[in-house]
Design a protein around this ligand. Structure first.
Ligand code: SF4
Length: 181
């Protein structure tokens, strides 16, 4: 069982330790890009020198789920692709977070048909939805900042014990969205 500072009781020392651990986590997010369509181009642009995602410590894209802690789903997801996406999510180590980038991933977008998932949040937990078709790189950066805020406030998401059913029936409800104060 790995050590987690959340297991410790609250006192000055352990609260400070949690803060430091969460600060490390939020400052070194390793995203896994699951880019299936045009939103993926904006995702690539976000990592380029013009937008410089490295300023937020989240530029180390990983194509192995075992090395990533932020899944960015960019683009439409077909019903046949959903079990693959779920398997990738399951293979990521805890703690992990998910961004649904763009109208297609979040709602199906203009593809209102039987073959396209009408929102990935029906099948897996999503922490932040990013609007737009496509969202600009600045909007994706805003989404990553929202993930950092979630890590700051909540620390580790408490869903490791929640089973993810690999199925083509909706199994999840949308998560409440973070909003800036
Ligand atoms: S939201 Fe728009 S830009 Fe993104 S994948 Fe769908 S159609 Fe393409």
């Amino acid at each position: 069982m790995p050590f987690e500072p959340t297991d410790l009781p609250d006192n000055i020392l352990t609260l400070s330790l949690k803060k430091v651990v969460n600060w490390c986590r939020r400052s070194s997010i390793w995203p896994l890009p699951f880019a299936t369509a045009c939103c993926g181009i904006e995702l690539m642009a976000t990592a380029s020198s013009r937008y410089d995602l490295a300023r937020f410590g989240a530029e180390v894209m990983r194509f192995s789920p075992r090395q990533a802690d932020l899944l960015i789903v960019a683009g439409r997801v077909g019903i046949k692709m959903m079990p693959v996406l779920q398997r990738i999510y399951l293979q990521m180590a805890e703690p992990k977070w998910v961004i649904s980038m763009g109208a297609c991933a979040s709602t199906g977008g203009e593809f209102d048909n039987y073959a396209t998932i009408q929102g990935i949040d029906q099948f897996m937990p999503v922490d932040v939805f990013i609007p737009g078709c496509p969202p600009r790189p600045e909007t994706l950066i805003e989404g990553i900042i929202a993930i950092q805020k979630i890590i700051d406030i909540q620390g580790i998401p408490d869903r490791s014990k929640r089973p993810l059913k690999i199925a083509i029936e909706p199994t999840y409800r949308p998560a409440p969205q973070p909003h800036s104060s």
